[in-house]
Ligand binder design. Structure first.
Ligand SMILES: Nc1ncnc2c1ncn2[C@@H]1O[C@H](COP(=O)(O)OP(=O)(O)OP(=O)(O)O)[C@@H](O)[C@H]1O
Length: 543
């Protein structure tokens, strides 16, 4: 295609006006050099008459024009779709509520997950948690109504946290652990009344209440294992799993996968899961009465066998004294059978802050002698050797965090030395150093730290090497480590047995690729029309 001179000879005095219909500019060449004048490199010919021009110019054929317009519309549409699709949209969520009715307290957890994911396969995370004021529901055995009332404040908060339009479809579960297990053993009618009261209270809320029940120790251990492996994405990615160590107030759980355990030896410790297409044979055991509060009760019972009026307790700081009631201490089914025949109403405990002696007292609450299996932890319970990494949560975390002992690269010997020093610190100094810490917790950290070390090393057989693979954790990616999330995931079938088929590309990637291909096709189309492109001759032609 040629450029055209816009008008015929203009004479010496008149500058010729160069017009390049396909060039963007009209230019007047500099005076005296009409050829070196334009930004368009070509020099142009005179145009044929307009009618002839239209006939000869293939760009002006209706087909070319229609195709070009369609191409442009297609590109604009595709780019618009891509942009709109990638715009962040208001995420809609579904919710689930689980109440953890523990021995020491009750906590309400609200979980949320993207509503639009098929089969609820979106990531579930903790949206909110609320600690119920007061003690655990098992402490309301004598006034069950109050157990229900105690939950109201957190439940009203839950009502605010979950959007109103989701209330009716939000499942609400209450799971009770070792406190209610013990109450049920001790007085099943009182336990039923407490459940009746909490059920009535929870049914008054607009959620879809799915019932309240006592979890078995095995469930508590197994769901804790599911929670931490779900939150760390090990299940979805089929990675090696992490063991779970949970230390509550009344019970403690250990759960892990071991190459040497297939469930044949001691089948009651075996839990099998098929998750995301992988089979897991999990070893789990829950020790009732070996949570940190009940273990303290066991240790005190060991020291008060003969019903003394005073004891010197090496697990409490020097200068610490406390008067304890015999009937309260021996009220728990963990120690009730050991109550001394003759004992005064109370006894006075005076701390001596001696780690080594405290360790001895604590060891006495474990039975390391009987074992009818190939290997045991304690109390004749089968347990394979700990294998792989472990996440230790609940009281493991609270205590080790306070004692500044969460760094497990510190050798066990150094941990012992630090505990020795801490336990020997006078109580007055401890109180001064930690004026804001709850004095009940504060007085017990020496006992709790020594108990944790004894439980892990002598109880579960962690060695210097495997101890370093324990991580003391509270949360993983914003969600608390504990059994509640695993429990809800299980009841809502939120972890598929088989790995879901996933599209090759994420949606945004798909849209981008379609757009790029469309642009390339259009460019190809334009290039294919090259023979009919308007061209400017390289050879200057003077008209
Ligand atoms: N900040 C803290 N420092 C020390 N101990 C704590 C702290 N917070 C909670 N605890 C104690 O840690 C223990 C474990 O608490 P958690 O709430 O996990 O147990 P729980 O659910 O009540 O017990 P269980 O699971 O045996 O029924 C309890 O004895 C509790 O009193």
């Amino acid at each position: 295609m040629l450029g055209y001179l816009s008008h015929l000879e203009t004479g010496q005095t008149n500058q010729p006006l160069y017009l390049f219909p396909m060039c963007p500019h009209f230019h007047h060449p500099p005076p005296g050099n009409p050829l070196a004048s334009t930004s368009c490199p070509s020099v142009c010919l005179l145009p044929p008459p307009l009618s002839e021009m239209k006939e000869k110019n293939p760009w002006h054929t209706p087909v070319t024009i229609i195709l070009t317009v369609i191409g442009v519309i297609a590109i604009v549409t595709l780019v618009t779709v891509a942009v709109l699709q990638n715009k962040p949209i208001q995420q809609k969520y579904k919710y689930g509520i689980v109440l953890d009715a523990g021995s020491s307290h009750t906590a309400v957890y609200i979980y949320e997950w993207p509503a639009e994911k098929d089969n609820n396969t979106g990531r579930v995370q903790q949206k909110y948690s609320c600690k119920v004021k007061g003690k655990g529901i098992s402490s309301y055995a004598d006034e069950p109504q109050k157990a229900g009332e105690s939950l109201r404040e957190c439940m009203f908060e839950a009502k605010k946290q979950v959007p109103k339009n989701r209330h009716g479809e939000t499942p609400l579960y209450l799971g009770a652990t070792a406190g209610m297990r013990l109450l049920n053993l001790d007085d099943s009618s009182a336990s039923n009344k407490v459940f009746q009261a909490v059920e009535e209270a929870l049914q008054r809320f607009p959620f879809s209440f799915q019932g309240a029940r006592i979890l078995s120790g095995q469930e508590e251990g197994a769901f804790g294992w599911v929670t931490i492996n779900y939150l760390s994405d090990r299940l979805k990615q089929g990675l090696e799993t992490t063991g779970a160590l949970d230390l509550g107030g009344a019970s403690t759980q250990i759960s892990f996968v071991s190459d040497s355990y297939n469930g044949l030896e001691s089948p009651k410790n075996s839990v099998n899961f098929r998750l995301y297409g992988n089979d897991y044979h999990v070893y789990t055991h829950s020790f009732l009465c070996y949570g940190k509060d009940q273990a303290l009760g066991l240790a005190l019972a060991h020291q008060t066998k003969s019903g003394p009026r005073t004891i010197t307790d090496p697990c409490f700081h020097p200068g610490y004294t406390q008067t304890k009631n015999y009937s309260i201490l021996y009220d728990s089914p963990c120690v009730s059978e050991r109550k001394p025949q003759e004992a005064p109403l109370s006894f006075t405990l005076s701390g001596s802050g001696n780690f080594t002696k405290c360790h001895e007292v604590i060891k006495s609450v474990f039975d390391f002698t009987s074992c009818n299996y190939s290997r045991c932890s304690f109390n004749g319970v089968f347990q394979p050797t700990p294998q792989g990494s472990f996440g230790a949560f609940s009281a493991y975390y609270f205590v080790m965090k306070f004692l500044n002992l969460t760094d497990t690269s510190t050798s066990i010997e150094v941990v012992r030395e630090k505990l020795m020093e801490y336990c020997a610190t006078p109580w007055t100094k401890i109180v001064k150093q930690h004026p804001k810490v709850d004095q009940k917790y504060l007085s017990e950290y020496c006992f709790s730290g020594t108990y944790i070390l004894t439980l892990l090393i002598e109880g579960y057989n962690f060695t210097s090497e495997t101890y370093s693979k324990i991580e003391f954790i509270k949360k993983i990616k914003g969600s608390d480590a504990g059994w509640t999330l695993g429990y809800m995931l299980n009841l809502t079938n939120m972890i598929p047995a088989e790995a879901p088929d996933s599209p090759l590309l994420p949606h945004a990637g798909y849209v981008s690729i379609v757009t790029i291909i469309a642009i390339l096709l259009f460019a190809l189309f334009i290039l294919s029309l090259r023979p009919v492109w308007p061209t400017c001759s390289k050879q200057p032609q003077i008209v």
